[in-house]
Design a protein around this ligand. Structure first.
Ligand SMILES: Nc1ncnc2c1ncn2[C@@H]1O[C@H](COP(=O)(O)OP(=O)(O)OP(=O)(O)O)[C@@H](O)[C@H]1O
Ligand SMILES: [Mg+2]
Length: 310
């Protein structure tokens, strides 16, 4: 289990994490979903003991990461955002190094490295230098290093960024297998679809704070049954706001500028004609219209007032 209570972390003037709390349970995948600079890596670094929190408390199982750093760290496997591998040596040697650093020795170290090479699908390339690996293979090996000592808690910081679709599928399956085996998994990502397909529990984070959290169903229920409609064209935002307010007050404007309008409305299919009619009567020139069903993405927009920045 990981329990984070009111965690703050600032770097000088920059507040990277601004009071977050959550609990990740064994056997489940807890996702931290947020855009660049949201505070995901800072949170992971505080939990893994790389950085000391400015304030707040982090428990790994019963162990406080600040007071019982050594024991708490031994419970955790960390897969960092930046791949941390020795390029000049083989995959197997990298695993031996990381396993050794976590206390594995002798026959156990060797057999575990073999097991992890099988698991990650790298056994055929086990003795090749890592510098000859593709990005996806390095990502899988990076993951393998994190699980060498069979940690009951696994922290994964955007482990699938920049990998090919096949490696991604394999990596996500590996993460699911860890959770099925009872491991507590904390997984950060800025991929909406990944969060939706992988995580049992999710917190949406931006600017160092958690905007919403819960199971996928709980989060979806926050969106309600409203659809999102995105329109592009030429708009006068003040005029749009007045026209919709007067004629269709049930429609909520989420984002509005000269080139695009994003609204939240119930039964978009049935009510779209009325919306387009009001806009056109008020001088809007429309180019494209798209309707999105309620999803995590719509929740994210509702919470932050913007689309997930890449
Ligand atoms: N070592 C540091 N010194 C100063 N500021 C930092 C440092 N590390 C992170 N920050 C700042 O803290 C904030 C959160 O950064 P963090 O790396 O935690 O975000 P992130 O969610 O992991 O983003 P990304 O998706 O880009 O990896 C950002 O404003 C960042 O500039
Ligand atoms: Mg990061």
């Amino acid at each position: 289990m990981i329990k984070v209570e009111d965690l703050y972390k600032s770097y000088g003037e920059t507040v990277a994490v601004d009071g977050i709390s959550f609990t990740a349970e064994p056997g489940r995948i807890f996702g931290l979903l947020g855009p660049n600079g949201a505070g995901k890596t800072t949170s992971i670094d505080c939990i893994s003991g790389v950085h000391k929190p400015t304030s707040g408390r982090i428990l790994v199982g019963d162990l406080d990461i600040v007071r019982n750093a050594r024991q708490a760290k031994a419970q955790m496997g960390v897969v960092p955002q930046e791949v941390a591998l020795y390029e000049e040596v083989s995959a197997r040697e990298n695993l031996h190094f990381w396993g050794g650093a976590c206390g594995l020795r002798g026959a156990d170290l060797k057999s575990r490295a073999g097991e992890v090479l099988e698991l990650t699908g790298l056994i055929d390339r086990a003795d090749d230098a890592v510098k000859k690996f593709s990005g996806g293979m390095k990502r899988r090996l990076n993951f393998g290093c994190g699980i060498m000592h069979r940690p009951p808690v696994l922290l994964l910081d955007e482990p699938s960024v920049g990998i090919d679709p096949q490696s991604r599928v394999r990596l996500l399956d590996l993460v699911r297998e860890q959770a099925s085996a009872g491991v507590t998994v904390l997984y950060t990502t800025h991929y909406m679809e990944e969060a939706e397909s992988l995580c049992d529990e999710l917190a949406i984070i931006d600017h160092g704070t958690i905007l919403a959290d819960g199971s996928l169903d709980e989060l979806r229920s926050l969106v309600g049954e409203k659809d999102m409609v995105k329109l592009t064209g030429t708009f006068d935002p003040a005029e749009v706001s007045r026209a919709l307010g007067d004629n269709l007050p049930e429609i909520e404007i989420m984002e509005s500028d000269e080139a695009a309008l994003l609204v939240s409305m119930s039964d978009a299919a049935g009510n779209l004609a009325a919306l387009l009619g009001v806009l056109q009567e008020n001088g809007v020139v429309l180019r494209e219209t798209s309707v999105r069903r309620p999803s995590l993405e719509t929740l994210f927009i509702k919470m932050t007032g913007k689309e997930l920045r890449e």
